[in-house]
Design a protein around this ligand. Structure first.
Ligand code: FAD
Length: 424
């Protein structure tokens, strides 16, 4: 297979990496990303404002999910490392806070040797302001003490029963953000998140090609995220009559059999995220992982670096972002960024807590990947690049973990289909 059958070896942003390249890479990366997301506290806890923000489009009443599987178990702050508690974060955050300058060795020494050689890393939390280079809205720890800590490992993305008009309306609104050919003033949201008012029409917007590469990339990212969510709800499905969780083959068949492009978009997102993580290989050695525990910080950094170095090891490069946004005249990059932010605002309209949690994690993860792809200089370390907040880092790695697991689930469903064929 290849994503672009007539151009199997062409690795361009529109997803022409071959399926087998990606599958081989996933053989190496899945155990690494699984380990870092499941086995480190740093990547297991995510702080977000899950309940405090309202949907700017419609009343939530018809979108709410009453099913118990939708509920998220939040954590008492006393059970999380002190450094992430609102009280502690309050001390560190502030308008003057900046990225820590504590330097780490370029190449981390083996853990045993490194321990005890250096003092505790400083942990400085960045201010909660939206950077103009962000593709997503911050769900930051320093958001005025608001929000909840959620364990991502204890709240796995799986079937919740959230469906019907509420869910369909959110997806519809998300796909509407892909209307790049519309003048920007007609966007369904303004930059403050409210319904758009009249805005000055920039004629250059009209020149945006309906089929431009950037528009296709935007669509593929959203569709790939949607497909990955569908894959997980089918893979970890609740049989409501037996009360057992297991893969549901007919759920998979109905959502994917006649829609090969949905699977292609999962592969596409895999390539995009793997490239973004690989692009961090010079950034991570000088990045501060704050868990409040020196030993944990070292372990987390070592694991993150191993993942980034392995992700960067594919040749040729798996995803080439340099061909995007070449035509800066039309402000396409800015529009792309603003539409992506609108998608993250739409997550507040998701009427199921667990779906909203994973929806927010994944939009933040893709937003972070886009920020790295289009705003980062990969030859520089953390001091020469935009800051990545802890929430961005956690979201990026967990989003990659989701897509990596989607490919595993796809293998599992393919096996089930083959077995079914053999017995028939
Ligand atoms: P939907 O998945 O709702 O799709 C709506 C329409 O979009 C389809 O009819 C089709 O025309 C189109 N479409 C479907 N897939 C794609 C694709 N990949 N690319 C392009 N177009 C597509 N449910 C859970 O059980 N667990 C979850 O964790 C969960 N998380 C969610 C997160 C978000 C942000 C949202 C909006 C919903 C979530 N849901 C979750 C609900 C789930 O996504 C579906 O909406 C629900 O299962 C109903 O599915 P459906 O078959 O009606 O089609």
């Amino acid at each position: 297979h290849s994503i672009c059958p007539n151009k199997p070896n062409e690795l361009v942003p529109d997803g022409c990496a071959s399926y087998s390249t990606i599958e081989e890479l996933n053989e190496k990366l899945y155990p690494l990303v699984n380990d870092i997301t499941q086995e480190t506290d740093y990547f297991a806890y995510y702080r977000l404002d899950l309940f405090g923000r309202t949907c700017p489009f419609w009343s939530d009443d018809d979108g709410m999910c009453g099913n118990i599987a939708c509920a998220v178990t939040t954590i008492d702050e006393k059970d999380i490392p002190p450094i992430w508690r609102a009280e502690e974060l309050g001390k560190l955050a502030g308008p003057k806070a900046s990225h820590p300058v504590t330097r780490q060795p370029e190449e981390p020494s083996p853990l045993a040797g490194a321990l005890g050689e250096e003092t505790e890393e400083s942990c400085v939390v960045e201010e909660d302001e939206c950077d103009e280079r962000d593709y997503c809205l911050p769900e930051d720890e320093s958001a005025g003490g608001k929000g909840d800590y959620v364990s991502l490992t204890e709240n796995p993305e799986r079937f919740t029963g959230y469906a019907g008009a509420g869910a369909a309306n959110v997806w519809k609104a998300i796909y509407r953000e892909n209307c790049f050919s519309k003048p920007r003033g007609e966007s369904s949201l303004d930059s403050a998140g409210g319904l758009a008012g009249a805005r000055k029409l920039d004629l250059s917007d009209l020149e945006v090609d309906d089929e431009c590469l950037e528009k296709r990339v935007f669509h593929r990212v959203i569709s790939g995220m949607h497909a990955s969510i569908s894959m997980h709800l089918c893979w970890d499905y609740l049989n409501q009559s037996t009360g057992e969780w297991s893969p549901n083959l007919s759920c998979f068949v109905s959502r994917f059999e006649n829609y090969p492009e949905r699977l292609q978009n999962i592969y596409f997102n895999y390539a995009l995220l793997a490239r973004a993580i690989g692009k961090l290989r010079n950034y991570l050695p000088t990045y501060t992982f704050c868990s409040g525990d020196y030993y944990q910080n070292r372990i987390t950094k070592t694991k993150a670096l191993k993942l980034a170095n392995t992700a960067a090891s594919t040749t040729p490069q798996i995803f080439d972002e340099s061909s995007m946004f070449r035509n800066e005249m039309v402000g396409l990059k800015e529009e792309f960024r603003s539409r992506f932010r609108n998608v993250s605002r739409l997550m507040n309209c998701v009427g199921c807590d667990k779906c909203r949690l994973w929806g927010k994690v994944q939009t933040q993860g893709y937003g972070t990947a886009l920020k790295i792809l289009f705003e980062f200089d990969e030859s520089k370390n953390a001091n020469g690049n935009p800051v990545l907040r802890r929430t961005e880092m956690v979201a990026l790695f967990n989003t990659f973990g989701r897509v990596s697991h989607s490919l595993r689930a796809l293998e599992g469903f393919n096996r089930m289909l083959n077995e079914k064929d053999e017995t028939e």
